[in-house]
Design a protein around this ligand. Structure first.
Ligand code: UD1
Length: 363
């Protein structure tokens, strides 16, 4: 009998990860794959665009939870996803990364005694109270199969006594990066935004501890303006809706008038902008890794990151938000760093994940 696996997505980075897993499942006819979209991200540019560009099949279920407080958003996914689990009775649930959708999916499944597989397991970072860290820790402790991107994530789990069902698979985002590279829209983006290759800085910001905190946010914006003055390079800033809202609420428009603000862009556009830029400034977990895959150095606006390997190699640099005003303007005055190869696998993470889930299900 064919096994049934439900894959739960809801936020931008999860669509990217789903694209890789779904295509490997399809290629190997591994199981009956049912896709559920929580609706945590719902704007066209935050959701639909990814489904179109990455050819992700339309989800069978859409939970339409939308935006609300953390408790409410998580509770809505928990409640609605449970109904689907009761109806579909899957053999396993797949969850990705560290969002509110992830923790809710893992909890709903665990309560119904359905085994959970967590993709991108074992990441740990300070501050411990950041929403994503809470989501990671709980999800890992509820999961039966845990797929890590690196040896370090594996060791983090060992330290918490999570020792069985743990695999080092590599990063599915690297699989996708390699596969989609020929389609990255560099030329289109350079042309449309009137940019010169290698002569602009790509910026993204959306973390609560950066944009919801006026002091940090101001320090970052001042740092970015200092960077523009010092390098004379323009800043291209595809802006998350949360960041856009905060700029209006906190009355910070004058600080971004110096920057080229655009709406959030799809995967192929963002990777195109990345390929064409000189450097990256970001607080995105995904983009700091993708910058490394694209061989662009990034300033990571966080007090700590789960992707420590890239920092330790000297390639990316941590810049806490409150120190950004001083540190950011000088960020490009780096000495030469040798490119550290293969920190997160060799581009075959999806194969490892699907193979191990299959052998678990067929046991
Ligand atoms: C979420 C994840 C974060 C991930 C990010 C990727 C959690 C706790 N955080 O953060 O780890 O890096 O997604 O983008 O799950 N909004 C819209 N339209 C949308 C989506 C959001 O307007 O399509 C606005 C809403 O006002 C919402 C705010 O952005 O309140 C934040 O959205 P939410 O999904 O709660 O968290 P993210 O900041 O996107």
């Amino acid at each position: 009998m064919t096994n049934k696996v439900i894959s739960l997505v809801g936020a931008r980075p999860q669509f990217v990860k789903e694209a890789v897993i779904a295509s490997e499942v399809h290629k190997t006819s591994a199981w009956n794959h049912i896709l559920v979209h929580s609706g945590q991200h719902y704007d066209v540019n935050m959701s639909d665009l990814f489904f179109e560009e990455l050819h992700i099949p339309t989800p069978q279920y859409f939970l339409e939870v939308g935006s609300s407080s953390h408790g409410k958003q998580t509770a809505l996914v928990l409640e609605k996803f449970e109904d689907i689990l009761l109806l579909e009775k899957p053999d396993m649930v797949l969850v990705y990364g560290d969002t509110n959708t992830t923790i809710a999916g893992a909890l709903a499944a665990a309560k119904l005694k359905i085994p959970v597989a967590h993709i991108e397991a074992g990441m740990r970072q300070y501050p411990k109270n950041m929403p994503e860290e809470v989501n990671r820790v709980v999800t890992d402790h509820l999961s039966f199969l845990l797929f890590c991107c690196s040896e370090l994530s594996y060791q983090n789990l060992q330290r918490e006594n999570i020792t069985s069902g743990v695999y080092i698979a590599g990063d599915v985002m690297y699989d996708l990066f390699l596969r989609m590279k020929p389609h990255f829209m560099k030329n289109k983006m350079l042309h449309n935004l009137n940019l010169q290759e290698g002569k602009y800085i790509l910026v993204t910001l959306h973390r609560d501890f950066n944009v919801d905190n006026k002091e940090n946010f101001l320090s970052i914006l001042r740092g970015l303006n200092g960077l523009i003055e010092r390098t004379k390079l323009p800043i291209i800033f595809p802006m998350h809706p949360r960041t856009q809202k905060r700029i209006e609420e906190l009355n910070l428009t004058k600080y971004v008038d110096t920057m080229h603000i655009i709406k959030p862009v799809g995967y192929l556009e963002l990777m195109g902008l990345l390929e064409g830029c000189s450097n990256v400034v970001t607080d995105s977990g995904g983009l700091q890794k993708e910058a490394y895959y694209a061989k662009k150095q990034a300033a990571v606006i966080m007090p700590d990151t789960g992707w420590k390997e890239i920092i330790e190699s000297g390639w990316n640099q941590l810049v806490p938000g409150n120190a950004a005003k001083e540190l950011l303007p000088r960020i490009l005055e780096n000495k030469f760093i040798a490119y550290p190869d293969n920190l997160y696998g060799d581009g075959n993470a999806a194969k490892v994940i699907v193979k191990n889930i299959m052998s678990y299900l067929n046991k």
